[in-house]
Design a protein around this ligand. Structure first.
Ligand code: C2O
Ligand code: CU
Length: 490
């Protein structure tokens, strides 16, 4: 395995077009020369130039059975070799051999059963992020299943349309396992969503974004906390790829499955993107914007109308946040408009129905949560919630079943960003730094970003299941450093 505790996770700075360059440059090397002597040691593997690799569509998982009112899936967790860099096989940890993980499509109210067989050498625990599930189906940090064993999770899908995802959560290994590939997409749909007429079929494209670090042999290098070294951006598992589109509307289901990287996405021409959903489902109404932020673990449902571009146009999706220089991390993928197409899809003015913030149930309890990591540069940084490192046996908050609460969460660090994720619930973000949040954050959320010094106020209702769940920073290197706590609903 790997050195598990090194530096703390990358401070992020930047915006306004300038990015912070942090740490050593990624060892980009020149492409292999044709004249190289045959006896010379193998040339270091180079990440290809941007936009030379095509972005694939994610594989879709097919059920092994749809019998008995439920969809049953069989998943094998296994290490395989996959081509991320052209011509090089990279060892990755996968669900069913897919890198990134496949898409599981579920429907509200219809049961899904997933049987995971663990052929990896370490225990894992598979958490369905954003799902309303009883504790025994939650995939908590200690609820692991070991090498050679099988574990079945049952999901009743008792919530509205949502952009969920699943990933390993085995405590202290989740960060490395997810980095090596153990994350996948779970799109929950419902009748409301289907009736809207949004772009669908080949025009609905899930995109898993993340960063990665490779060594000179083209293998993934995981070192806890080294966000500054993870400067290769992958979209659906390929480095800064291109994606061919028709001149019409597309719906992109964006998911940031990076361990630590935050993205701030824009089209190079400043063109409009229409955000229609966030973590927990569709927004109340479409939100036209030219910049979309995604911290680790967050999702955004975005429509882009390429009909405004002539065929032949190439538009880069850029990232304006570090760590890493614009050369390294400033480009995410390129949309190439290669043909025209008819378009009967629409983006209705009203998408979902969410209770107004003012009409949410009054909180029975208000709590404050303080997030921090050691940021003094020590070798062995710890992560804290309210000054404490996670203890599996300690209940940090006890919530009365059936009540609503307001949690005021602060990032006490000066340089290090965090985000805040709760299991079990989708919450509403009432305020950011005392002000109402932008429309993109006003829907159902399970993960919310907290830049250094920021405070958010969240409203959650705990009326579905009793039991113990975790809340944590979703920069997984940080949660592995202890930035996690338990709440118990009873
Ligand atoms: Cu996606 Cu507890 O995490
Ligand atoms: Cu954090």
């Amino acid at each position: 395995m790997v050195t598990r505790r090194r530096v703390l996770g990358g401070a992020i700075a930047a915006t306004g077009g300038t990015l912070i360059t942090g740490g050593a440059l990624f060892p980009l090397v020149a492409a292999r020369s044709a004249e190289a002597a045959p006896a010379a040691p193998a040339a270091p593997v180079a990440v290809p130039a941007p936009f030379t690799v095509k972005m694939p569509r994610l594989a879709e998982l097919s059920p092994v059975s749809t019998w008995g009112g439920q969809d049953t899936y069989a998943v094998t967790i296994k290490e395989v070799d996959r081509e991320i860099i052209p011509g090089t096989q990279t060892k990755v940890l996968t669900f069913n051999g897919q890198f990134p993980g496949p898409v599981l499509r579920a429907r509200s109210g219809r049961k899904v059963v997933v049987r995971h067989r663990n052929t990896h050498s370490m225990p894992v625990s598979i958490h369905l992020h954003g799902a309303n599930v009883p504790p025994e189906e939650d995939g908590g940090p200690m609820d692991t299943f070991g090498p050679g064993t099988t574990r079945t999770y049952t999901y009743l899908n008792e919530q509205s349309n949502a952009a969920l995802w699943f990933h390993d959560h085995a405590h202290h290994m989740e960060s490395e396992h997810v980095f090596r590939g153990l994350s996948a997409t779970y799109l929950l749909s419902d009748d409301t969503e289907r009736a809207l007429g949004l772009p669908s079929g080949q025009y609905e494209v899930p995109i898993a974004l993340r960063d990665a670090r490779f060594d000179e042999a083209g293998q993934l290098v995981y070192v806890m906390g080294d966000a500054f070294e993870r400067t290769t951006i992958l979209a659906n598992g390929k480095p800064t790829p291109y994606f061919e589109v028709a001149a019409r509307k597309y719906r992109f289901r964006l998911q940031n499955s990076s361990n630590q990287r935050f993205f701030q996405l824009r089209l190079a021409d400043g063109g409009e993107m229409i955000q229609i959903g966030s973590d927990g489902g569709l927004l109340e109404s479409p939100f036209p914007t030219n910049s979309i932020g995604l911290s680790s673990g967050e999702r955004a449902d975005v429509v882009i109308d390429f009909s405004r571009y002539p065929v032949g146009t190439q538009i880069v999706l850029e990232n304006t946040l570090g760590p890493g220089s614009p050369d390294q991390v400033g480009k995410v993928l390129r949309f190439d408009v290669v043909r025209t197409a008819t378009d009967a899809s629409r983006v209705p003015a009203r998408l979902g129905v969410l209770p107004a913030v003012a009409s949410l149930p009054a909180p029975a309890v208000q709590r404050t949560i303080v997030m921090s990591v050691d940021e003094d540069g020590r070798q062995d940084p710890r992560g804290f919630l309210d000054g404490q490192v996670w203890d599996a046996d300690r209940i940090d908050q006890t919530v009365a079943f059936g009540t609503s609460e307001v949690w005021t969460v602060t990032n006490a660090n000066k340089f290090v960003p965090h985000n805040f994720h709760m299991h079990l619930v989708q919450f509403r973000v009432l305020e950011r730094n005392g002000a109402p949040v932008a429309p993109g954050e006003a829907g159902l959320k399970d993960t919310v970003r907290l830049m250094p010094g920021e405070t958010v106020k969240l409203h959650a209702t705990f009326n579905t299941y009793k039991g113990t769940y975790v809340y944590h920073c979703h920069m997984l290197d940080h949660s592995a450093m202890g930035m996690m706590a338990n709440f118990r609903v009873r």
